[in-house]
Write a protein that binds this ligand. Structure first.
Ligand code: CA
Ligand code: CA
Length: 588
């Protein structure tokens, strides 16, 4: 079955245009591991496997960023648009970007000319929870690999866009899909591996992380995130995750959630893969007394075996859908190897990178109500009055008592990635300040059906803003500055060696702020909402900035009263690329 299409082969395009096709060299594992410091390419999601989203480039700076203009824009076309959440990749003058409905493009970065397009043929009946998005691809050797809404992993040839291999991650009819960018990691025993997770936490799936060989997609290891499930290594059972029944009652661990839907990061210094696991299933926490490990957690995995080196649970016995999936970013904390993560639950955590030891947790949004604080032992001090009530205790046995919780289940921060600058030593967190009415209901598991046991309505908590880009000092937890935005922020952040912070808004503006004080230096209206992270790189002495524009994602689908306030935002699907006018770029 041919599920791909090539509109025009690159060589034909090049002949028609009288141009040489870009010469492509393989993307090596060294290119991947060194990505953060090489400014002429972006070969990983996160601008480096540690996920800092920091570029050392300084050509575009505070003095000239106001002159930034579009170099070109390219439409993602099609009758259906929806949310465009992908981070683009760039190598040897070719940009690779994924779009809604499991599509991918290769584009000439000088001209915006399309080299090829791949449209994955999606079956009827896919079950994406939160829009038909895709968050990007992975480059390795001569391949570009991405996940699809019908839970497949597809490897294409970089030059032609033709399928090299396809692997089924799992059965989409059971609620599985895959939307995160795959992660490429070096392995001594297996060569480069491609690491992925699974989406579908709202359907009672069991989360897991998998590593495959990049040449043929063959499974190397699998690591379930929920206690009691056994992993695999080289086709055989390996080790159990945790101890069966330790933090889960009865059989609920069998459909326990913990979806690994946002992918992971990799730290070469400790040789660890960091992934996050989503909410336990169902949402009704009264059905599953206990911590419910490793739902709502970050886990560190050995790339050789798939074994868990350490785990840290941000929300034990979660009752608010505070998925623990947000990215784990490695950084140097005054000489200590540390990681930071900004959780859905509103707290910003700093942990030891080698052992997951709790260092600190501080609020990065206001009015957090579900917990009073995070104790010195790293466990939340719950506010029992802010856990939705047990439906069994309700007079009718159907609807438990309702509470108003902050943050909302869409989180103090959702999928949109933060950035870290080693110059300012600040994290730039694309946060949202909102709350939700939430109650629990009885629920039973049924394959392929939503498994929540909850009803909810998201509401704003401030009149002037929901979105708030926050500069967080990881050493003190202090919010150094806040940039407020009316609509919820849903795109990621990029920071540069010239002290700039780039991010987009649902209102459609791509903005550049001063990284030190948050002052706006530049803004450009892209015509539709931005829910994707920008990138920057250098090509023939010029610095480029690219971002996808195209409103969608979870907010218009799940946002309750907030969704009404953004209902007038227009959909789109445009890849924008910016640079300085030539003479300005040369005048250094
Ligand atoms: Ca690079
Ligand atoms: Ca969830």
């Amino acid at each position: 079955m041919k599920s791909w299409k090539v509109l025009i082969a690159p060589s034909v395009c090049a002949m028609l245009a009288g141009l040489a096709a870009p010469a492509l060299a393989d993307v090596s594992i060294e290119d991947i591991v060194n990505d953060a410091t090489t400014t002429n390419d972006v070969v990983t999601s996160g601008l480096g496997t540690q996920g800092q989203r920091y570029s050392p480039l300084k050509t575009i700076n505070a003095d000239n960023v106001a002159q930034l203009v579009p170099a070109w824009a390219m439409s993602l076309g099609g009758e259906k648009m929806r949310g465009q959440q992908a981070q683009a990749l760039v190598k040897d003058g070719v940009l690779y970007v994924t779009g809604s409905y499991s599509r991918m493009w290769a584009v000439d970065v000088k001209t915006g000319r399309e080299l090829w397009q791949y449209d994955h043929r999606l079956p009827e009946g896919i079950l994406p929870c939160c829009d038909v998005v895709n968050r990007g691809a992975a480059l390795i050797n001569d391949k570009v690999i991405f996940g699809t809404l019908d839970a497949k992993l597809v490897a294409l040839n970089q030059k032609t866009g033709k399928v090299v291999w396809t692997k089924e991650i799992d059965d989409y009819k059971g609620g599985y899909s895959y939307t995160a960018a795959p992660l490429i990691v070096p392995s001594k025993a297996h060569g480069p591996i491609v690491v992925t997770g699974v989406s579908g936490g709202e359907f009672g799936i069991v989360g897991r992380v998998e590593a495959r060989k990049v040449d043929d997609g063959e499974l190397v290891w699998s690591r379930p995130t929920i206690e009691g499930h056994v992993g695999t290594l080289n086709g055989k059972p390996s080790t159990m995750t945790g101890k069966q029944g330790e933090t889960w009652p009865g059989d609920l661990w069998k459909t326990g959630g913990g979806a690994t839907w946002l992918g992971g990061t990799y730290d070469p210094e400790t040789n660890l893969i960091f992934v996050g696991a989503g909410n336990p299933a169902p949402w009704n926490s009264h059905m599953r007394p206990g911590d419910n490990k490793w739902s709502c957690s970050r886990i560190a995995i050995d790339p050789e075996t798939g074994n868990i080196k350490w785990g840290y649970q941000t929300t034990p016995n979660d009752g608010w859908d505070y998925d623990g999936v947000n990215e784990v970013v490695s950084f140097d904390l005054n000489g200590t190897k540390a990681v930071a993560t900004a959780d859905r639950n509103g707290f910003f955590y700093v942990l030891g990178r080698e052992d997951g030891k709790f260092i600190s947790a501080t609020p990065f949004v206001e009015q957090i109500s579900w917990a009073k604080e995070i104790g010195k032992d790293g466990r939340p001090v719950f506010d029992p009055a802010n856990r939705p009530g047990d439906p069994k205790k309700a007079a009718d046995g159907k609807k438990g008592s309702s509470i108003f919780a902050v943050p909302s289940f869409l989180g103090g921060k959702n999928q949109q990635p933060m950035a870290y600058s080693p110059d300012t030593k600040l994290f730039y967190v694309p946060a949202n300040e909102w709350g939700m009415d939430l109650h629990n209901e009885p629920v039973t598991y049924k394959k392929g059906a939503a498994y929540l046991g909850a009803g909810f309505t998201i509401k704003p908590i401030f009149e002037d803003h929901i979105g708030a880009l926050k500069a967080v000092d990881p050493a003190t937890g202090k919010i150094v500055w806040t940039y407020k935005n009316r609509a919820p922020l849903w795109g990621g952040v990029l920071t540069t060696g010239s002290n700039l912070v780039f991010f987009g808004t649902p209102e459609g503006e791509l903005k550049a702020l001063d990284a030190t004080d948050g002052k706006q230096l530049w803004s450009f209206n892209t015509g539709s909402g931005i829910v994707a992270p920008p990138i920057t790189w250098e090509q023939d002495g010029e610095q480029y900035v690219s971002v996808l524009s195209g409103w969608g994602g979870a907010v218009p689908l799940w946002g309750g009263e907030v969704a009404k306030t953004v209902a007038n935002l227009n959909q789109g699907g445009m890849l924008w690329t910016f640079k300085l006018p030539k003479k300005l770029a040369e005048a250094k």
